[in-house]
Design a protein around this ligand. Structure first.
Ligand SMILES: Nc1ncnc2c1ncn2[C@@H]1O[C@H](COP(=O)(O)OP(=O)(O)O)[C@@H](O)[C@H]1O
Ligand SMILES: *[C@@H]1O[C@H](CO)[C@@H](O)[C@H](O)[C@H]1NC(C)=O
Ligand SMILES: *[C@@H]1O[C@H](CO)[C@@H](O)[C@H](O)[C@H]1NC(C)=O
Ligand SMILES: *[C@@H]1O[C@H](CO)[C@@H](O)[C@H](O)[C@H]1NC(C)=O
Ligand SMILES: *[C@H]1O[C@@H](CO)[C@H](O)[C@@H](O)[C@@H]1NC(C)=O
Length: 738
């Protein structure tokens, strides 16, 4: 009986105690693993429940927003019994920072007598307080804030802290977001707005008046040691009926604020959340938005990098090309547009100035063969040239050279200029230069007919330069190497005018001697002054070279050098001028023509510039229009005063009147220089000049020693001639003077 009474007692106790417990569970305890279930939270502002049950308080799409969500029915606290105020809650939240993870402003767990926060402010007020009620005891609000912005006006310690707020947004207690690891006891900081779900436990012991706040990432179990443990009497706060829930706000900085799950219990330990039951964080929206943003950033960075790389490459290509194709083109060159070649085109034509394309190596520089895009063949002469001085004049001259048109001149097509380099573009001559064919030992050389035609052609080209063009052009370097042969083995004179490059590039005092040894007229060696007669001298040597097939200076034996002019003269003196003809011709030539060429060659290469014929006369002799004056070999050497040449007097006596006449007729210049030497051109009378000539002649021996400049030498030679004339009879001199 007693047993049944006991069991009845237990049954009653059980039931009586069970009923309030059950009601407590109904009213004061709840757990949400998602927020789609009843009872739905009371929401304000932007707060929404996503399809998977995730509670989203704010969205990072909007600034200056506040939202809240409260459990719909109030929690009953017994104000007359503060010990019963204990409560425990835990929830999982996630804050996804906005652009560049700069989230704002934060969220809070709130216990409040009302759910109406329409007058609260957003931003740092987190949608809980406003300026007028902030800090008022009448608020009866407790908030556990998760603040992601440092609001210095509210004494925020940093932009990532947890705080306990009593009636005010200014926290009573706060700490940087962190947890104490159970494993090593270390304080580990947490990023609230990192986007990772974080679980938080808020526990209040009404008897102890102790409020503990603990948080940890959902991946680790609840740490034993709370982050915040504050002694706090909540009895003035907690009224009989209090709402519990969350508030969040954005300011200028924005975040997505999420609650994934929530468990609350008034009067006991809140039930543990089953993390596996919680809704997953949105894949696409906020984190995705972030990753899209990141991806965008990455792609922007990538695009920028690619652009930078491209620009670098383009710049490099540009600089390489500029270096490769760079040329100097000044304003004043504009008028020479048609003669101006693009370096790029020349570069392409010569296949990048390949060594394979080199066809010659001249005194000025390498010569390259090239093919223009029009399929025309060209020869490009690369002349290195550093001087800027006189460039303008030189180019003007080159351009005017380009206007020279003669079938026996290699056409100068134009030029191009680079730093330290000068390029001349000529017509390509397929048979190369004459010297190569003339002196080649193996193959058959040119026949006489071809040689004569070349001599005549070059003579007509030179005549054109000297006399038939608007200005006198001196070639200055006539020699077989500068005579190029076209397809039909016609001789064309090349390289004309180029010698001027050195004139322009240097000052007057240091004028360089231009020409090739063996072809340089003696007076040019002494004075450095080129003239048409120095060209004629070179042409004379050239004629002899073509006729004899010997070089202007031939090495004979080991040490002896034989001068071609002397050698032919020697043959002539022996009465066998034809012996000097090229043995490779095997006698197959017109003897009179050969003799004419040899004698004319000697005539042109006369020591005395005055004695040389002009190019027009040379043409007349070559064409047979005028017969070559009958000169004995001795007559030709009249002007030679070399000590080895034997007695001067004997040479003079053999100088016939006829030869003198021929010389005087041709070169009035000689007489003028004679008179100039004797210093009085106008008033000079013949007798006086004759007597002066005699005196000069007598003084000659003394002067020879000092004779190393033109004036004196001309003086010697002219004086000699004048003396000779005076001996021969003055009538002819009179004729010449008149
Ligand atoms: N227009 C051209 N066509 C073909 N070959 C040429 C041309 N110009 C020059 N050459 C070749 O280049 C060589 C050197 O030329 P060049 O510079 O005129 O000689 P240099 O400086 O000794 O007078 C010539 O001997 C010839 O073989
Ligand atoms: C509140 O607490 C007091 C004192 O402990 C008690 O007398 C009273 O019944 C309680 N009220 C309610 C509604 O539980
Ligand atoms: C602040 O909030 C309180 C309570 O909601 C309200 O009564 C008051 O008018 C508000 N003040 C302002 C300035 O909005
Ligand atoms: C709060 O934390 C302190 C210190 O860790 C602990 O002694 C106390 O029991 C905790 N109180 C509650 C209600 O968890
Ligand atoms: C926080 O606690 C309340 C009540 O316990 C006080 O009234 C406040 O003054 C206090 N505020 C701060 C900033 O400590």
């Amino acid at each position: 009986m007693a047993a049944s009474l006991i069991s009845l007692y237990f049954w009653i106790v059980f039931n009586v105690s069970f009923i309030p417990f059950a009601s407590t569970e109904d009213e004061n305890q709840f757990i949400y693993h998602n927020f789609y279930v009843e009872p739905r939270l009371h929401r304000q502002g932007e707060a929404s429940i996503r399809h998977n049950g995730l509670l989203q308080l704010t969205s990072s799409d909007h600034q200056l927003l506040k939202s809240n969500a409260f459990y719909p029915s109030p929690i009953k606290f017994n104000t007359s019994c503060p010990r019963s105020h204990s409560f425990s809650t835990t929830f999982v939240f996630a804050i996804v920072g906005g652009v560049l993870n700069s989230g704002g402003n934060g969220m809070a767990f709130v216990i409040s007598p009302s759910t109406d926060f329409s007058n609260a402010l957003d931003g740092p007020f987190l949608g809980i307080f406003n300026l007028s009620n902030n800090g008022l005891a009448t608020n009866h609000i407790l908030a556990i804030e998760l603040d992601t912005v440092q609001s210095t006006g509210f004494n925020d310690r940093d932009g990532n802290h947890v705080g306990i707020d009593v009636n005010s947004i200014i926290s009573n207690v706060s700490a940087p977001a962190a947890f104490f690891s159970d494993i090593d006891g270390k304080h580990k900081s947490l990023s609230l707005k990192g986007g990772n779900p974080i679980q938080i436990w808020i526990e209040y012991d009404g008897a102890e008046k102790l409020l503990n706040v603990t948080l940890a990432p959902i991946t680790i179990p609840r740490p034993k040691r709370p982050l915040l443990s504050a002694t706090l009497d909540l009895s003035p706060i907690l009224l009989n009926s209090m709402y519990v829930g969350f508030s969040a706000a954005t300011g200028a900085l924005v975040s997505d604020h999420y609650i994934l799950g929530w468990s609350f219990n008034k009067g006991g330990q809140a039930k543990s959340l089953d993390i596996s039951k919680l809704p997953s964080m949105p894949v696409r929206s906020p984190p995705a938005a972030k990753s899209i943003l990141e991806r965008r950033l990455i792609s922007i960075v990538l695009i920028l990098a690619v652009v930078v790389v491209l620009i670098t490459i383009l710049a490099a290509v540009y600089f390489v090309k500029r270096e490769k194709y760079g040329e100097i083109n000044e304003d004043w060159e504009r008028e020479y547009g048609p003669q101006r070649f693009l370096y790029k085109n020349l570069y392409k034509a010569t296949k990048g100035f390949k060594d394979k394309e080199v066809i010659g190596n001249g005194g000025f520089g390498k010569v390259y063969r090239g093919v223009l895009s029009s399929n025309e063949e060209i020869a490009v002469k690369k002349v290195s040239h550093d001087s800027k001085q006189g460039m303008k004049e030189f180019i003007a001259e080159i351009v005017s050279m380009g206007r020279l048109r003669h079938r026996n001149l290699v056409k100068l097509r134009g030029y191009c200029r680079r730093k330290g380099e000068f390029l001349l573009v000529y017509d390509y001559m397929p048979n190369g230069s004459l010297d190569k064919i003339l002196h080649r030992r193996t193959k058959l050389s040119l026949n006489w007919f071809q040689r004569f035609r070349i001599i005549r052609g070059v003579a007509s080209g030179l005549l054109y330069l000297h006399e038939d063009w608007e200005q006198v052009v001196l070639h200055r370097d006539i020699k077989p190497a500068n005579v190029l042969l076209d397809n039909d083995l016609n001789g064309k004179l090349g390289d004309f005018g180029l010698a001027r490059l050195y004139d322009h590039g240097s000052t007057l005092q240091t004028t360089k001697l231009v020409g090739t040894f063996g072809y340089i007229a003696p007076e040019l060696l002494r004075t450095g002054k080129a003239s048409t007669s120095t060209d004629v001298y070179s042409f004379g040597v050239f004629m002899l070279e073509v006729a004899c097939g010997r070089r202007s200076i031939e090495q004979e034996g080991l040490t002896e050098e034989v001068n071609l002019v002397d050698w032919v003269t020697g043959c002539w003196k022996r009465g066998a001028i034809l012996v000097s003809s090229d043995p490779r011709l095997e006698g197959l030539y017109a003897e009179d023509q050969m003799e004419l060429v040899l004698k004319l060659g000697l005539f042109c290469s006369h020591r005395n510039p005055a004695a040389r014929p002009s190019m027009r006369q040379v043409m007349q002799y070559l064409d047979g229009e005028v017969t070559l004056p009958d000169m004995p070999p001795e007559g030709v050497v009249i002007g030679l005063f070399s000590e080895t040449n034997g007695a001067l007097e004997s040479e003079i006596t053999v100088c016939t009147t006829m030869t003198l006449n021929a010389l005087l007729r041709r070169e009035r210049l000689m007489f003028v220089s004679y008179l100039a030497v004797l210093r009085d051109v106008d008033e000079m009378r013949i007798e006086e000049s004759q007597s002066l000539a005699r005196q000069s002649w007598k003084k000659r021996q003394r002067r020879v020693a000092a004779a190393n400049n033109l004036g004196l030498v001309i003086c010697q030679e002219v004086a000699t001639l004048a003396y000779t004339c005076s001996v021969a009879g003055s009538d002819q001199l009179d004729v010449t003077m008149a």
